[in-house]
Design a protein. Sequence first.
Length: 229
Amino acid sequence: MPEAPFGERLLVATDDGSHSLYLPTVDEHYHSSHGALQESLHVFIDSGYGAAARLPRAALRVLEVGFGTGLNALLTWARSRSGLLRVAYTALEPYPLDEQWVGRLNYPEQMREADARLVFETIHRCGWEVPQRIDEHFSLLKRRCCFSDFEPEGDFDLVYHDAFSPAVQPELWTRDAFAKLAGCMSPGAVLVTYCAKGEVRRHLRSVGLTVEKLPGPPGKREMTRARQG
């Protein structure tokens, strides 16, 4: 398995009271310091899941590039339950967190969602490479691999591109990386990312996706959403 190249992690509180992790060696946070929970809700749930949920699908196949703390998966589970929409969620993470972090991260308590703590612990503790049913609406397949080694099976309706920034993981923001994602997106599928760099948007357009500029979460002026077809 690949070894984490980023050194130690530090637990930090963001401006909305929710936690994030900080990597001192590369000066990078897992989430916005202006609010981890607010950022994930705005970028991935409201702008991503909300748009994909309007597609004519009986169920959604979701791909997350960068499972990280599991926050996006937890929020997607909560939204799928409230909307009664079945979700098959695939998450890529070559550098998973040690179990010690799961109990320290406060997302379930910030959400005030019944069973959120139990589900949060379950999604972290369930095995890798084998689909796990979390409840009647949500199943999770965690893949412990780098994006370059990922071989998609079937098409996805929603992509959360939540890698570290282009400065830290430049290989995940190239035209080739987005061509690979576009190639496994179903007609009408949605891709969302917090990144609003012009070069990233140009890459997305160059692989045939339709790109939108959307208002960003607190502390960030813009974010990006792209659609297939």
